[in-house]
Ligand binder design. Structure first.
Ligand code: AMP
Length: 271
């Protein structure tokens, strides 16, 4: 991978990297399109990263479908697909982890111990393997994007971090590889995340600024759904991920499936 990337760069080409865990959908494709528009060469990585999953999480059953991914990628003009093996990324004895503090500590960091350490470690390794000029992340995982920005700055990776808007289903549900876990009843309940964000955005637009009231709007809509269990619903600063701020962030269990979503309440909710 590194040889190929260095050859492209020696020819004066810019390289854009889109890191994914596969089970590709239109959210991933929108990042690939952005990379396509801004770089000469686009690399997509597909790696289900074991160290960012906690014990009891869904690493073993995470959807892996190479034929599906290749079908989608064949239509969008990707120059290389980088699929390292787990043993190549983490050979026996590998014991180094990259830990970002501050922005990685609350919310997802608190709910999923070790998760962002796994993310920061694999993203560092992907940056080392590809040496991209730009790397593309989704606003869907807003805290992850902030962690990666911090990581790139602090470790002097010469890469520009670009963040793409969240792609949604027509009813508002953010696309996610994990949506495949939802049965039809759960799928209907899952609209509550985007519906809650939309209501809180409307409350903000009507002048509501009290964090507790905005939280009440979010939780009220989420708790109206019998299948939904709120893990967190907060309104935070989009850089630090601590209150106060305007970014509403949600983690909700729908049955056994954990979904996250977010929206900047100072902006109109799309659709
Ligand atoms: P994943 O394969 O779930 O690790 O996601 C790979 C990248 O795609 C991450 O940067 C995600 O934030 C991004 N992504 C996931 N879902 C969406 C979505 N609905 N819209 C835009 N980007 C997304």
């Amino acid at each position: 991978m590194l040889d190929a990337s260095r050859r492209w760069r020696a020819q004066g080409h810019t390289v854009g990297l889109v890191p994914t865990m596969g089970a590709l959908h239109a959210g991933h494709l929108s990042l690939i399109e952005a990379a396509r528009a801004e770089n000469d060469v686009v690399v997509v990585s597909i790696f289900v990263n074991p160290i960012q999953f906690g014990p009891g999480e869904d690493f073993a059953r995470y959807p892996r479908d190479r034929a599906h991914d290749e079908g989608l990628l064949s239509g969008v003009g990707v120059d290389a697909v980088y699929r390292p093996r787990v043993e190549a990324m983490y050979p026996p004895g590998a014991s180094t982890r990259v830990r970002v503090s501050g922005v990685a500590d609350p919310l997802e960091g608190a709910a999923r111990p070790g998760h962002f350490e796994g993310v920061a470690t694999v993203v560092s390794k992907l940056f080392t393997a590809v040496e991209p000029d730009r790397a593309y992340f989704g606003q869907k995982d807003a805290q992850q994007a902030a962690v990666v920005r911090r990581l790139a700055r602090d470790l002097d990776f010469p890469v520009e971090i670009r963040v793409g808007v969240t792609v949604r289903e027509p009813d508002g549900l953010a696309l996610s590889s994990r949506n495949a876990y939802l049965d039809p009843d759960e799928r209907r309940s899952a609209v509550s995340l985007s519906a809650a964000l939309r209501l809180a955005s409307a409350a903000y637009a009507a002048g509501e600024r009290r964090p507790e009231q905005l939280r009440k709007v979010l939780c009220g809509r989420l708790e109206a759904e019998s299948l939904a269990r709120v893990e967190y619903a907060q309104v935070v600063d989009p850089e630090t991920f601590t209150p106060p701020g305007t970014l509403a962030v949600l983690a909700v269990r729908i049955g056994k499936t954990r979904l996250i979503d977010n929206h900047d309440l100072s902006k109109v909710f799309p659709g």
